[in-house]
Structures are given as C-alpha cells and as structure tokens.
Design a protein around this ligand. Structure first.
Ligand SMILES: *Cc1c(COP(=O)(O)O)cnc(C)c1O
Length: 382
C-alpha cells in the first residue's frame, strides 16, 4: 500500500537519536532548548515551548489564554478533532465557522457574519483557532483585523504548516496571532515521532506555556510567592500537566529542521506534478492563493461527481493506494452531536466531506509511485 503520508528519516537522524541515548540526559536535557531555538530562529517568533504532541500544544495554548468554563472557542469544522477538543479540556464551549469554498480553510466572510450576530447576542468568542489546512495558510491578516475589532485571541493551528509561508514570511512568526501551534507527528512536515510546539512573541504567554508543560512548577525565583528556601526549592504556582518532550525526540527534531526547506520543496514539486498529471480529469485540484506558500502537508482533490465518492475511494484502496479523507467534519462526530451540534450546521464543510480525497503525498514518494496513484485514479474514475 502506498500510504497517504510517511516520515523521512536518514542516517544522521538515527545517529542523533543514538547519541542522546548514550548521553547523560534522555529527557529534560540540552536538546529541548536547542530544538526550541531552531524553531524560533526559523520562524522568527521569540518564544518556543516544545511539548509531547500537537494536541498538548493546543491544550496549553488555550490554557495560557485563560480559556475556562463558559468561554467560547471557535474553529473550523474541517480539521482534526484536536483543534476543538483543546477548548473542551479547559472547560470552554466550542462552536464552528464554516469553510471557504475554494481554500477549505475557515471562511473569513462566514467568521465576520457570525461575529456580527454573536456581538448582538453577547456571545462573542474568547479565542478563534484558524487551521492551516493542508499546509496552506488562512488569511491571517484579515482574521487579525477581526480579532482586534471583536476582541478575541487567535491560536493558529499550524500542525500542517511548519515550513510554509504567509505573505512571504514564515508561518509561526505569530505576526497575526497570539500563539501558533505545530505538530511533529510522522505524517506531518517534520517529525519527532510524537511531538508539538507552541510559538509566541508574548513573554507572559511564554511563561504560562512553560509552566503548563510541566505541572505548573517553577524554579525561577522571580515568579515565586516568597524567597527560595534553598537549592532544592521549587513552587507550583499553576495547575499544569506533564506534556514534556524527550531529548531523544528533540534530537531527531533538530536534525529534521536541517531538511525542512528541502522537505517542503519536494512536497511542492510533487504537488505541482499532480496538478499537471490530473488536469484533464473530472476533479478539482487544490487552489493556491497568491498570499501563501503551502507546506503541502496534504494533497486534497474534490470529485466533480460526488455520487461515486465512496466507490472511487474503495477502488483506490483495493488497488493499493492509501487514499484518505481529511476530515470528517468535527461537528458530525457523535461526541460533538451530543453537545448539540448537528448535520446541516455547516453546509460547505458537509459538502466538502462528500467529495474530498487525499492522495498520497510525502517526500519519499517516487515519481513512479505517483504515476501509479494517477493511473489508479484514472481507472477508478473511468
Ligand atoms: C495532527 C494534528 C493535530 C494534532 O497533532 P498531534 O501531534 O497528533 O497531537 C492537531 N490539529 C491538526 C489540524 C492536525 O492535523
């Protein structure tokens, strides 16, 4: 089976991991700050906090922004469930904003419309979480403008998008957001097996994120309520978690960061090759707005005839092509339906779900394999 996504690990990556295993620290050692520095140097954001998953990063991001009982958090329905679960972990309530018909990202027009209505009803969100679906940035400048006008905070879920650019600047620099979150799951752009990171330019938020990663404990005397009792002393000043990444993983991440631009370049060239090979088929290939350079995490096609969606999906799987569907709209998940969300709430997202297929895309995908994917799709469509 040609999978839809897969990691790219070389000898240097393996050696770096082995070196850590032979060193004094396999966790809470020097590789963590070095990995964080590589991401803050790369993106230009001042502060980075490495954690054990993208999900944990989203959770502590909501926590740091003070999401709590009764607060509203809005996100896109076309995303992985983690983008909205993070608000529920903090006791908040989740609502969704329908997607844009062409980019599949959160629709800025729908967001504005919903904000106008929410203002009248006194139900404005505390946080909005735009998701850079497939690696393609949302229109962050427009969202930041609304954030200012309606007084909400912004977390970019850039789990798909590390290595990409928005308006010619690295995604994750937080120019238009409070916090940006990355995931380093093996199918994503770079990997630490499991892992994630928060980026921010706000010192206070950085402090809160660091505390939340490790039990709410600090050894920094300037944050303590009284002078230190001695060298053993620490204080728990918040209720945090154990979301720490290991040095073994951070060492892998540092090496992966050396190849990030190459990874994104290969993904773009494969995606462009798909565009070319698929141009005469009865499908829609992904559109790339001029304001962004996508990290190309996913290559999503839309069938023009959605009646055959399931059959084409099954035929391709039978031919050994690991097609996938990103995503089942979150509001249709039984858990979310149990919270009052229902079919019909977000029609554009629901229509997307009836016709989207993710084709295999990863750095080690060969042209021969890609040709096999295209041949299988042609045969399934015939
Ligand atoms: C992968 C992903 C996450 C969660 O990341 P993990 O590292 O798997 O916890 C969150 N949001 C989106 C959009 C993702 O694709």
């Amino acid at each position: 089976m040609i999978p839809y996504g897969k990691q790219d690990i070389n000898q240097e990556d393996i050696d770096a991991v082995i070196d850590v295993l032979r060193s004094d620290f396999i966790t809470q050692g020097p590789k963590i700050p070095a990995f964080e520095k590589s991401l803050s140097d790369y993106t230009g954001a001042k502060y980075a906090c490495a954690v054990n998953s993208g999900t944990s990063a989203l959770h502590i991001a909501c926590h740091a922004l003070g999401v709590s009982k009764g607060d509203l958090v809005w996100t896109s329905p076309v995303t992985f469930v983690a983008s909205s679960n993070c608000a529920l972990y903090c006791g908040g309530d989740v609502d969704f904003v329908d997607i844009d018909k062409t980019t599949y990202n959160i629709s800025v027009a729908a967001l504005e419309e919903k904000l106008i209505k929410a203002k009248q009803e006194n139900k404005l969100p505390k946080v909005v979480i735009p998701v850079h679906l497939c690696g393609q940035s949302c229109d962050m400048e427009a969202i930041a403008k609304l954030a200012k006008e309606y007084n909400f905070r912004v977390i970019e879920d850039a789990s798909h998008a590390v290595g990409g650019k928005y308006q010619n600047e690295p995604i994750g620099n937080c120019r238009y957001s409070d916090i940006t979150v990355f995931s380093f799951h093996p199918v994503k752009i770079i990997t630490t097996a499991e892992g994630g990171m928060t980026m921010t330019n706000n010192e206070k938020l950085a402090e809160k994120l660091n505390l939340a990663r490790s039990h709410g404990i600090t050894r920094d005397e300037s944050l303590m309520t009284e002078t230190s009792h001695g060298p053993w002393y620490y204080q728990q000043i918040d209720l945090g978690f154990n979301y720490r990444l290991t040095d073994i993983q951070a060492a892998l991440g540092i090496k992966q960061m050396k190849r990030i631009d190459e990874f994104v370049k290969i993904r773009n060239s494969l995606a462009n090759r798909y565009d070319d090979l698929l141009k005469d088929l009865p499908i829609r290939t992904p559109l790339q707005p001029s304001y962004c350079y996508s990290a190309r995490h996913l290559y999503v096609i839309r069938l023009k005839d959605q009646n055959n969606h399931k059959a084409i999906f099954e035929k391709m799987r039978d031919m050994g092509i690991g097609v996938n569907l990103h995503y089942i709209p979150v509001h249709l998940q039984p858990y979310y339906q149990g919270l009052g969300h229902k079919m019909g709430d977000y029609p554009v997202a629901e229509e997307y779900y009836t016709s989207a297929i993710s084709l295999p895309l990863y750095t080690l995908l060969t042209h021969a394999q890609q040709d096999e994917v295209v041949a299988a799709l042609k045969s399934a469509l015939a």
